[in-house]
Design a protein around this ligand. Structure first.
Ligand code: G3P
Length: 218
């Protein structure tokens, strides 16, 4: 399973990248706003800065337009920025048409705001590179988000769709483990969900004992 980090914070992207397990980055307009990145020029430069940190990794950049022509114009501009850019398109009727357009041009896409298997089926048929089911937001309304991941993985495997299942809206490390068990291709996570995977009290106790025994053995 690939690990992406879900943030526009450059320090956090660097930290995850230095761990050596980062495969890419996802952003969205809310995450860009959280970092205070606004205005076309600054937003575009920020995407380039992210690409330069995660060398070779896919970096999702979301369109703001909601009409087909607007999404195409904006997506083409984003894709031309850097070879690592993946154009992020919302799951709407015009969004599906835009996915099809970009797929026919060989431009990578990430279909976002997916909450049902039907939406995931449409994204795959339109040739999306990634589909992003939002599992935390489903949990928030008492549907098990990981069940949706398992359902989409199952459907895609039956038909051998090449669209990769990118589990999004991950809130904690248990989500990552359950998505891995469900067969997600990618998990995009906040930094703490990734670093929490490191933790186990028996590791800490075991290391302290090894060091104490080494010190006593001098
Ligand atoms: O990847 C989608 C993500 O940014 C949404 O996460 O926590 O706002 O539901 P959240």
């Amino acid at each position: 399973m690939k690990f992406f980090i879900d943030t526009a914070n450059l320090a956090q992207i660097k930290e995850a990248n230095e761990l050596g397990v980062l495969d890419g980055v996802t952003t969205n307009p809310s995450l860009m706003a959280k970092e205070g990145i606004h205005g076309d020029a600054k937003v575009l430069q920020h995407y380039i800065d992210i690409c330069n940190i995660v060398k070779g990794g896919d970096v999702s950049a979301e369109v703001i337009a909601t009409d087909l022509q607007g999404m195409i114009a904006e997506g083409e501009k984003l894709a031309a920025l850097h070879p690592q850019i993946v154009v992020k398109i919302p799951m709407t009727k015009d969004g599906v048409k835009a996915l099809k357009y970009f797929s026919s041009k060989g431009i990578k896409t990430n279909c976002t705001l997916v909450f049902s298997p039907g939406q995931a089926l449409l994204a795959a048929k339109a040739g999306a590179t990634y589909v992003s089911p939002f599992i935390g937001r489903l949990d928030d309304v008492t549907f098990d988000g990981v069940d949706l991941i398992a359902q989409i993985v199952h459907i895609y495997r039956i038909y051998n769709y090449q669209t990769q299942v990118l589990a999004a809206s991950i809130r904690h490390s248990m989500h990552i483990i359950r998505c891995a068990e469900a067969g997600a291709d990618v998990a995009t996570c906040p930094l703490n969900a990734i670093t929490d995977l490191l933790k186990h009290p028996l590791t800490d106790i075991g290391l302290a004992k090894f060091l104490a025994d080494h010190a006593a053995n001098k």
